[in-house]
Design a protein around this ligand. Structure first.
Ligand code: ADP
Length: 174
């Protein structure tokens, strides 16, 4: 049996934030190979297309993975998480945990995933406190109302978010 540790960090990444990046940095210390799974997630009505989200994740994180000497891949997926995890040969699933807000959902999902495949362990990582309150949803909301988002996302991502929300009808019209 291979002893290679393969981590899968799944998410919507709409867009990738400094919180996600901090979790990826920590995840890179735990595995030999890290796959970032970018979910289609149409139910979340993403601001960015799947291809755009994959490209933003790539750009924001590949140098970090290379510096860490960890095999790295950013892959889109549109299937049951556990099927995707099996397909990429994941031994652990990495999720980030923010204060209490994420707990209930993550608790249920982990329990169900464990029943689907008990050989894949889910591990939870916490971001540095200065990144813990960042959420993609709030980044988009702040940008939509003209607020500054440069503390929450990388520079190129901030530019892309500002440009994309400018194409939307103004919040008072929608
Ligand atoms: P999903 O739709 O799967 O929740 P997200 O892109 O919103 O996708 O989040 C992916 C993962 O990253 C989740 O485990 C989420 O809890 C975690 N995460 C997001 N933002 C942060 C943050 N600021 N600190 C720690 N974990 C985070």
């Amino acid at each position: 049996m291979s002893t290679k540790r393969v981590g899968l960090y799944p998410g919507t990444f709409d867009p990738i934030t400094n919180g996600h990046i901090d979790i990826i940095k920590r995840g890179l210390r735990l595995v030999d190979r890290l796959v970032i799974g970018v979910a289609t997630n149409p139910s979340k009505n993403p601001l960015f297309t799947l291809e755009e989200r994959v490209a933003m994740v790539e750009e924001a994180t590949r140098p970090m993975a290379e510096a860490a000497g960890v095999e790295f891949e950013v892959v889109q997926f549109d299937e049951l998480l556990m099927h995707f995890a099996e397909r990429v040969g994941a031994t652990i699933i990495i999720r980030g945990l923010r204060a209490v807000a994420d707990f209930e959902y993550e608790f249920q999902m982990t329990g169900m995933n464990y029943q689907i495949n008990p050989s894949i362990e889910t591990v939870f990582l916490m971001a540095d406190p200065k990144y813990q309150t960042i959420a993609s949803r709030l980044v988009k909301e702040v940008a939509r109302y003209g607020g500054k988002i440069s503390a929450f996302v990388p520079g190129d991502v901030a530019k892309a978010v500002v440009a994309r929300v400018a194409e939307l009808p103004s919040p008072s019209e929608s």
